[in-house]
Design a protein around this ligand. Structure first.
Ligand code: BES
Ligand code: MN
Ligand code: MN
Length: 462
């Protein structure tokens, strides 16, 4: 029997070519102009699962984009691993900042990826990481080493809040029954130091609208005499943080768990270099909540950020105008125990209370989800750590991530199973940004590591 390392070496060119084909389809879920491409991608994922050796694959229709479900059940008495991933991607804009077109994948070398990285929207988040699981299955089927049952659930709405997936999970509990959920949609510390994500932040995403006069006005004739919605919105947003960068919404921190000094000391052991961090982002300093260091600010602490703000005249030259309306999109990253719906309500109440006379304010909730933390003494965590240790030569470090995959908390609630987040991306891979890429090293290492997770998970389950 061929081992995984030599299988990957022998087939790597094809593995890369297949991923490149998948990356060419612009499956942008946020923009309906791409809806046929999103649907085409689900079809391509279905075919890839059939070819890899699933014995049943179907496209499940939902109120939104389809979910691809596949399985290979070898023995009902053995454990079942449920693999989750997403085939949709973020919008590629701003287009002009890409050094090569987002849906024409090319391999380029970088300082961090001397062996080359595939540049394309979705290469790391999440088509590339999802496809590692398809190729890992191919290997296990070809080499007759699949040690347990496997189910795949690959969705097309992760980047827009996974609404249809919640609908699907609630209706298919029996079909999705499993012993552990395995996801590669996160990152790791570096190519020399693997890590396992043990926490995700929750999310509340809202859009706000401030309305002043019923039409745009001449800023000379009316300026100073009526509320300017953009001035007001800027002031309201500014007052959401105090001078220590604490969020001012009453009750916002009520359920936030304070980590003990021991836990914080443990976190501080993860390799992190502030100078390199600043250098990578061209920053002269970092910024954030007083009393916490960078790695705490972006993982165990909740945050509030404006993601977009608009209104008035932004075209070429100058136009003297007071806009009728101003808008902003605001996200709050939450930590476990903060309930996203409750936080959305607290935000709404407080934000409306900040409005001065002379404007009206509307808050429109978009989507959200709960945070997640998972223990490091579970069979799943141990199996993942054994797998990483074998392929990287060093044990993985547990890390709480700042990102969100809201569906993970729902899996625990609805399917009663734990999720293991085995990510292979790097923070520098520029997910959601122009020039997103995924290292060839990371892609192939992922394919090598996943079958070992299966092996150790089954062994430890006995
Ligand atoms: N894969 C990311 C989440 C992620 C990335 C978590 C890296 C940890 C490390 C996922 O596709 C994503 O972008 N999630 C969104 C939330 C979603 C509801 C739109 C996010 O975190 O902004
Ligand atoms: Mn993702
Ligand atoms: Mn994403």
């Amino acid at each position: 029997m061929e081992n995984i390392k030599s299988y990957v070496q022998q087939h790597k060119d094809r593995f890369i070519d297949e991923l490149i084909e998948l990356l060419k389809i612009p499956s942008v879920s946020a923009d309906t102009a791409y809806s046929q491409d999103v649907i085409d991608t689900s079809e391509a994922v279905k075919v890839s699962l059939e070819k890899a050796g699933c014995d049943f694959v179907e496209i499940c229709d939902t109120p939104g984009y389809p979910i691809v479900y596949g399985e290979k059940i070898i023995d009902k008495s053995l454990p079942t691993i449920l693999v989750y991933g997403h085939y949709d991607v973020q919008p590629p804009d701003p287009m002009e900042l890409w050094t090569s077109p987002p849906f024409e994948p090319v391999i380029k070398k970088t300082d961090i990826h001397p062996e080359g990285a595939i540049f394309a929207r979705g290469s790391c988040d999440d088509k590339g990481q999802m496809y590692m699981h398809v190729k890992a299955l191919e290997y296990m089927v070809q080499s007759n080493t699949l040690p347990c049952n496997v189910k795949f659930m690959i969705e097309g709405e992760e980047e827009i809040g996974s609404k249809s997936l919640s609908w699907f999970v609630e209706r298919n509990q029996e079909k999705l029954k499993n012993d552990v959920i395995l996801i590669s949609d996160t990152g790791m510390i570096s190519n020399q130091q693997p890590s396992i994500t043990t926490g995700l932040r929750g999310l509340s995403y809202v859009e706000v609208e401030v309305t002043g006069p019923n039409r745009d006005l001449h800023s000379g004739l009316y300026g100073g005499a009526v509320a300017n919605p953009i001035n007001v919105l800027a002031k309201m947003i500014a007052s959401l943080h105090d001078e220590n960068n604490h969020i001012t919404i009453p009750g916002f921190y009520d359920n936030v768990e304070e980590l003990s000094l021991e836990e914080r000391a443990e976190m501080a052991k993860a390799p992190f270099n502030l100078e390199n961090y600043k250098k990578a982002l061209d920053l002269n300093d970092v910024y954030g909540e007083k009393g916490y260091v960078t790695n705490e600010r972006n993982s165990i602490r909740p945050t509030l950020d404006v993601n977009g703000i608009w209104g008035g005249y932004t075209g070429e030259g100058a136009k003297t105008v007071i806009a009728s309306k101003a808008f902003a999109k605001i996200s709050m990253r939450l930590v476990p125990n903060q309930d996203w719906e409750e936080i959305t309500e607290l935000f709404t109440k407080y934000f409306i209370s900040l409005a001065p006379a002379g404007v009206t304010v509307k808050v429109k909730p978009h989507h959200g989800g709960q945070g997640y933390v998972t223990p490091i003494d579970s069979i799943g965590y141990k199996a993942a750590n054994m797998a990483y240790t074998e392929t990287f030569g060093v044990p993985a470090i547990p890390v709480r991530s700042g990102g969100s995959i809201p569906i993970v908390a729902l899996f625990e609630k609805e399917l009663k199973s734990k999720t293991i987040l085995m990510g292979f991306g790097l923070d520098s891979d520029a997910i959601h940004s122009p020039n997103e890429h995924f290292g060839i090293f990371n892609y192939l290492k992922g394919i090598e590591t996943i079958p070992l997770f299966y092996k150790y998970f089954v062994e430890l389950s006995k």
